[in-house]
Design a protein around this ligand. Structure first.
Ligand code: NA7
Length: 549
């Protein structure tokens, strides 16, 4: 890093110069730093939190857990790392994931290049300097040739704009900004609003602590038990003996986690046989269940069979028939909103200290000093937990206030929905790269596999640029248009269009309805990226020259 005094520029803030600024020190930012450092770049990472871990730093709510087995959901870039690390459970808890992130950071000496407690407030492309000027909320100013957003897809929290929330006299928290020291909910009257993945994980744990828990549900969700368990040391040993093979399969699978393709359609078997296979799948847990037939995610009638089965399970588990009926998801295919994976979620509604409130029938009218009010009357709480999700995918990027060439604002470019080339960059925004950005498979896959693929692509592209003395690279407008059209076209062939999900921005008032992730599969996407690179970064426009950063 070189530091420049106040004299050389008009602005009063000190200016620091870097080859690359990476925003975010989650799994994406950490690996990006590792790769860029290895290329010899001067890199700094800016992170709002005071530690590494990203999602697993922020989401420390009770019950937080990854929904992909940890042998798959872990870095593959270092054979030594993957051999030496041991996961205690099949699906890791948030504390174990954070411990892993810290281990990786220490092992590769990452924190020395991370500025914690630092949030980007603005980033402007300076055409004369061929560099990004990055401003932080602490008044810092940085100049960097490359700006890499590793800000995550689900980091911009969504707290509904309820009238009266400011006057609530108890405590309230969003699951994605849970206090680091935890919250003692024992003996408290608690409300959880929201029943997506976070709510489904938190509710059973909170119910065990709270004096009484009210669950406010707007849309019932499909959820399948994970049957999480300690990781069997024999399984771990065998897995590690052929780790490279496992990784290779995951990397070349559609979802970043390999499964053999089931042979049969759900519609090709007799109902009794189907029921038997679903029962068997249910006992194996979430992924096992979804591998029963090959068309559960693609054919509406096949999907109906598994959706019916899950509704049957809910009615079998939940004793009160009215509560069970209210918990049954209907009106959208299973898997078109994120499929939840749980531990004792539906069982929790049999507890005497848990009450389900149906917000579809009785919406929240306002928050009050002591709780909230629906047309059924007032409810009183000590603590309200917002498990109300995120301004997904675009939110974290837009909150950086990015302005590209010729004063072109990202917010303006995306006013009708995100437009990217491969989810990696945007026309008009040179040398700005997004890790798992909208238009990439990202949230539909095992995230860490997608992260590694993106980071590798970006690192290799930067290396290539430097060898060719290319100073600027940005997507070609036509290539971007074609990719946006392709992302849309592929999404329309799937069942996703039948759900009002955060994948298409439906959870945020006023957000353009555009299906944001690329649903064509990580394997197809990876091939496409490899082809783009092999053809000299086809679809990108490059400019040679010198950088004044
Ligand atoms: P999600 O999946 O977006 O779930 C949010 C939940 O909050 C969902 O049940 C929403 O109902 C509900 N919600 C959102 N806004 C409101 C308002 N205004 N009133 C009542 N209920 C509301 O977020 P999560 O944090 O659970 O999970 C995010 C991802 O993290 C997950 O998909 C995994 O990828 C990991 P809705 O369905 O919108 O009617």
């Amino acid at each position: 890093m070189e530091s420049e005094g106040r004299s050389a520029t008009k602005a009063a803030e000190p200016l620091t110069r870097w080859d690359a600024v990476v925003v975010g020190a989650g799994f994406a930012g950490m690996y990006m730093l590792y790769r860029l450092r290895a290329l010899g770049l001067r890199v700094t990472v800016l992170e709002t939190g005071d530690d590494v871990g990203g999602t697993w730093y922020w989401n420390c709510y009770p019950g937080a857990r990854v929904d992909v087995p940890s042998l798959n959901y872990s870095y593959s870039f270092s054979p030594d790392l993957q051999q030496e690390w041991s996961w205690p459970e099949v699906y890791s808890s948030q504390p174990d994931l954070l411990r892993y992130a810290r281990h990786v950071a220490d092992r590769f000496d990452l924190p020395r290049d991370i500025q914690f407690g630092t949030t980007v407030s603005r980033a402007d492309y300076d055409e004369d300097a061929s560099a990004w000027v990055v401003h932080t909320d602490a008044g810092g100013r940085m100049l960097a040739q490359y700006l890499i957003a590793a800000v995550g897809c689900l980091s911009a929290t969504n707290v509904p704009d309820y009238q009266g929330l400011d006057h609530f006299e108890g405590e309230w928290y969003h699951t994605g900004r849970w206090p680091k020291g935890g919250v003692d909910l024992s003996g408290q009257r608690v409300a959880v609003i929201g029943t997506g993945s976070s709510g489904v994980q938190a509710i059973p744990v909170i119910a065990e602590q709270a004096a009484h828990l009210h669950v406010f549900q707007r849309t019932p969700n499909y959820s399948i038990p994970t049957y999480n368990a300690p990781l069997d040391p024999d399984v771990e040993r065998e897995w590690k003996q052929i780790y490279a093979e496992h990784r290779d399969r995951d990397h070349n699978s559609a979802g970043g986690i390999y499964f053999p393709t089931p042979e049969r359609s759900a519609l090709d078997v007799e109902p009794e046989e189907r029921q038997r296979l679903f029962e068997e799948g249910w006992q194996k847990g979430a992924f096992g269940m979804m591998q029963t037939f090959n068309d559960l995610r693609t054919d509406l009638r096949a999907n109906d069979t598994v959706a019916d089965f899950v509704r049957q399970q809910i009615k079998r588990i939940v004793k009160d028939p009215i509560v069970a009926e209210t918990l049954c998801p209907t009106g959208y295919p299973l898997g078109t909103k994120r499929l939840c994976m749980d531990t004792n979620y539906f069982q929790t509604f049999n507890r005497p200290n848990v009450t389900l409130v149906d917000l579809r029938a009785h919406p929240i009218l306002e928050m009050t000093p002591t709780g909230l009010r629906t047309d059924q009357g007032p409810y009183e709480f000590d603590v309200i937990v917002f498990a109300t999700g995120y301004d997904a995918m675009t939110g974290p990027l837009l909150r950086m206030n990015i302005t590209g060439r010729s004063g072109y604002r990202l917010a303006e470019k995306w006013q009708d929905g995100p437009r990217t080339y491969l989810g990696l960059g945007m026309a008009g925004f040179p040398n700005l790269f997004t890790i798992t950005g909208p238009g990439s498979p990202s949230v539909l896959t095992n995230m860490i596999v997608s992260i590694e693929q993106h980071v590798d692509f970006i690192a290799e592209m930067i290396d290539n640029m430097r060898r060719r003395a290319v100073t600027r690279i940005e997507p070609d407008e036509a290539a971007e248009d074609a990719w946006v059209a392709h992302v849309y076209e592929v999404s329309q062939k799937t069942l996703y269009k039948y759900a009002e999900s955060w994948y298409l921005g439906a959870n945020i008032a006023g957000k353009p309805r555009v299906f944001m992730p690329y649903v064509g599969g990580l394997n197809a996407y990876r091939r496409r990226c490899d082809q783009v690179a092999a053809r000299g970064y086809e679809g990108f426009v490059v400019t040679a020259g010198s950088v004044h950063a």
